[in-house]
Write a protein that binds this ligand. Structure first.
Ligand code: TUI
Length: 314
């Protein structure tokens, strides 16, 4: 299966692995790129030196293209953009904001820039600024979420822009990929299923929690702070909900949130850490090599598309 995304990024399958802080480090990223998709380092709030080390480590593990996600709320975003331009990584994706001011720097270094958007307005603005493609992410996803679902957002973004659109949020298998293509997307970004990839260095407790999760086990917390995040329900999530119920001031949310993502993803404290994962957690059934995940998703999507009329008489 080939789309404009394959040509643009020099990859075999139009499957991106979402950049996830404390989760998508060099090992997973290299495995996804070696498997024919696009691996993406999650830089989160990490300092520039850490990001440079991960970029160099990934380059040592694969000669294939890979990307880095820059979380625009990070205090290090500007310095990280500078170093990514120096390192000439193939692709930069961005989350949680508008990357417009970095476009001249990144394009000057020959980097493809693909922002995540959760609204049509930002999609249009960024396309006018010259971005290469867009990731339209619905609120089924893990981590920082917008308001719209993938089903509603993707076709609206596709209709509004000419650049290729990659669908994200709620996609973890061939059915999701086929559906995304039906909505007009030319590729998919998958996060949660890659957390449970064999090569992912996240704490094993996190993989197990995702594999055990059921359909209603995620929740969005932090809405009053303006930065809502989807997480798997645990003791910490309940404490956040209590703060919301008592209309606590924003500082209390911030105090409770400090260091929680690392606590879960690296230290394996799945009770008091923030286990950011999407609504598809329940559909992730086992740990698998990244290459196998990509092949399963693409093969299943191709099969569905070829047999699309088998259940429908038109
Ligand atoms: O960014 C993500 N997922 C994330 S970021 C993150 S770290 C974090 N921790 C606490 C609070 C906030 C973030 C964990 N997961 N996904 C991509 C994404 N971007 N989803 C939504 C957006 C987005 C939201 C607003 C993109 C642009 C945007 O623009 C606002 C504007 O400037 O118009």
């Amino acid at each position: 299966m080939r789309t404009r995304i394959c040509e643009l990024l020099g990859i075999e399958h139009p499957v991106l692995q979402g950049g996830m802080a404390w989760v998508s480090t060099a090992e997973l990223v290299a495995a996804v790129s070696e498997g024919g998709g696009l691996g993406i380092i999650g830089s989160g709030q990490a300092p520039p030196e850490w990001v440079r080390e991960q970029v160099r480590k990934t380059k040592a593990l694969t000669g294939k293209p890979f990307g880095v996600n820059v979380m625009l709320l990070s205090p290090h975003a500007e310095d990280i953009m500078q170093l990514l331009a120096e390192e000439r990584v193939a692709v930069v994706t961005t989350g949680a904001g508008n990357p417009g001011k970095y476009l001249p720097l990144l394009h000057g270094a020959g980097i493809r820039v693909i922002p995540v958007v959760s609204s049509v307005a930002l999609a249009k603005r960024l396309v006018r600024s010259g971005v290469d493609a867009l990731i339209a992410e619905g609120m089924e996803s893990g981590g920082h979420v917008g308001e719209l679902t993938t089903m509603a957002l993707v076709p609206q973004v596709v209709e509004a822009v000419e650049v290729p659109v990659i669908a994200a949020g709620g996609i973890c298998d061939g059915r999701g990929m086929a559906a995304a293509l039906m909505l007009g997307a030319e590729g998919v970004q998958i996060g949660t299923r890659f957390i449970s990839a064999e090569e992912c260095t996240v704490h094993p407790q996190v993989k197990e929690m995702i594999i055990k999760a059921k359909d209603r086990d995620t929740i969005v917390t932090g809405r009053p702070t303006g930065h809502p995040v989807r997480v798997l329900k645990n003791k910490l999530a309940r404490q956040f909900m209590e703060l919301e119920d008592s209309c606590a001031p924003a500082e209390e949310f911030e105090r409770l949130g400090v260091g929680r993502l690392k606590l879960a993803m690296v230290d394996g404290d799945i009770a008091m850490g923030s286990v950011m994962a999407g609504q598809v957690s329940a559909m992730v059934r086992r740990v698998q090599p990244a290459r196998e995940i990509i092949n399963d998703v693409v093969t299943e999507a191709e099969k569905i598309i070829k047999n699309i009329c088998s259940k429908v008489v038109v």
